[in-house]
Write a protein that binds this ligand. Structure first.
Ligand SMILES: Nc1ncnc2c1ncn2[C@@H]1O[C@H](COP(=O)(O)OP(=O)(O)OP(=O)(O)O)[C@@H](O)[C@H]1O
Ligand SMILES: [Mg+2]
Length: 350
């Protein structure tokens, strides 16, 4: 019932603007795949092309191996959920969910049975006769999903469906959506600019910047092994040290920076003389002095966050240490020596 979605050198131009640039990617059948990127990077444009509301300027889209060119949105095995759900406010929940089935001429008895099934699936069995306006934001969201699933799409496209909800509900809905996807086995293509959502829900994530697909991988590889400066900066927090490569081999690069020579992994095979930036996560930096990289700075301030403490050092350096009861090592106004391992840092081209 689920199908794969293949993008083959897909480009979308609006006049002089290239919204999506030469994207090639296969989203697997039954996968929870997220596109993650800042506003305007082309996420919605990709969904519109997959759902058939727009044709790519160049390239091909195949769903279940079938070329979608010239096939309209209602002929595709996809359903789209928008950010603003657009449920029908004057209809009951059951009428909303059954709407697509009615349009397709499914008889009333079959429709009723299917609606009941879907309400069970989204865990709202008692709401069939309620008005949409009587539901909470999260309940409406679940009804919108039930309505999209009613027509049995092979691929469900979700465009920032949680962004209108408050934080608590959003976090709760993450788990629900993830669970629903696993139970139905439908391919989910999910759009978000919220990295927490992407990291917690997805089998794989595609990180986008300015129409370009920068990197595709599971959450761990995107977080631990960024391949571009954009991914290193956009996903999670990172300290950055710019400099010039002094020495490099297949695994390591040493960078001359204002803080001295710093060493990190070299996944992009940089060479001596290249301009580059070394990235290291705040939680990989320690107050110790036992690692390949040691540097000196001064503490400007310290924030207590509960489970951890963030210390801010001159040079725009952040250190995150778990709060385990003892007095934390970074005293505001005092010089500090910090250290991190070369394996915990990555050197990437500008
Ligand atoms: N119909 C259109 N006509 C002209 N330009 C468009 C059109 N749709 C999108 N664009 C442009 O294409 C680029 C990508 O837009 P898109 O809506 O895909 O971004 P997005 O990643 O979904 O952003 P957001 O997170 O803000 O929703 C933007 O520069 C936008 O202005
Ligand atoms: Mg959008």
């Amino acid at each position: 019932m689920s199908q794969d979605v293949q993008l083959d050198s897909v480009t979308m131009r609006f006049g002089a603007v290239t919204a999506v640039r030469n994207v090639s990617l296969t989203i697997r059948a039954g996968e929870f795949f997220s596109f993650l990127g800042p506003s305007g990077c082309g996420k919605t444009t990709i969904l519109r092309m997959i759902s058939g509301f727009m044709e790519p300027t160049e390239g091909a889209i195949r769903i279940g191996g079938r070329d979608m060119r010239g096939i309209g949105p209602n002929k595709r095995p996809t359903a789209l959920i928008f950010q603003n759900l657009a449920l029908f406010p004057l209809m009951t929940v059951a009428e909303n969910i059954g709407f697509g089935l009615e349009v397709r001429g499914i008889p009333s008895a079959d429709r009723k049975a299917r609606v009941r099934q879907l309400l069970d699936l989204v865990a709202l069995p008692e709401t069939a006769d309620k008005k949409v306006t009587e539901l909470s934001g999260g309940q409406r969201q679940r009804i919108a999903i039930a309505r999209a699933l009613a027509v049995e799409p092979a691929v469900l496209l979700l465009d920032e469906p949680l962004s209108a909800l408050d934080l608590k509900l959003r976090q709760h809905m993450r788990a629900e959506l993830r669970d629903l996807q696993k139970r139905t086995g439908v391919t989910f293509i999910y759009i978000t600019h919220d990295q927490g959502e992407a990291l917690t829900m997805s089998d794989r994530i595609g990180v986008m910047s300015r129409g370009v697909l920068e990197q595709v991988g599971d959450g761990r590889s995107i977080y631990d092994h960024p391949e571009t400066s954009f991914v290193a900066s956009f996903v999670g927090e990172n300290n950055r040290f710019a400099g010039t490569v002094a020495d490099a081999d297949a695994t390591r690069a040493a960078l001359d920076t204002p803080y001295g020579r710093l060493v990190g992994r070299n996944p992009r095979n940089l060479r001596p003389g290249d301009r580059a930036t070394l990235y290291v996560r705040p939680e990989r930096v320690t107050a110790g002095a036992e690692a390949e990289n040691i540097l000196e700075s001064r503490v400007t301030h310290r924030d207590f966050e509960g489970a951890f403490i963030n210390a801010f050092l001159e040079g725009d350096i952040t250190v995150q240490i778990p709060h385990v009861g003892a007095e934390p090592p970074f005293t505001p106004g005092q010089p500090a020596r910090i250290a991190f391992r070369a394996d915990d840092a990555v050197v990437l081209p500008e």
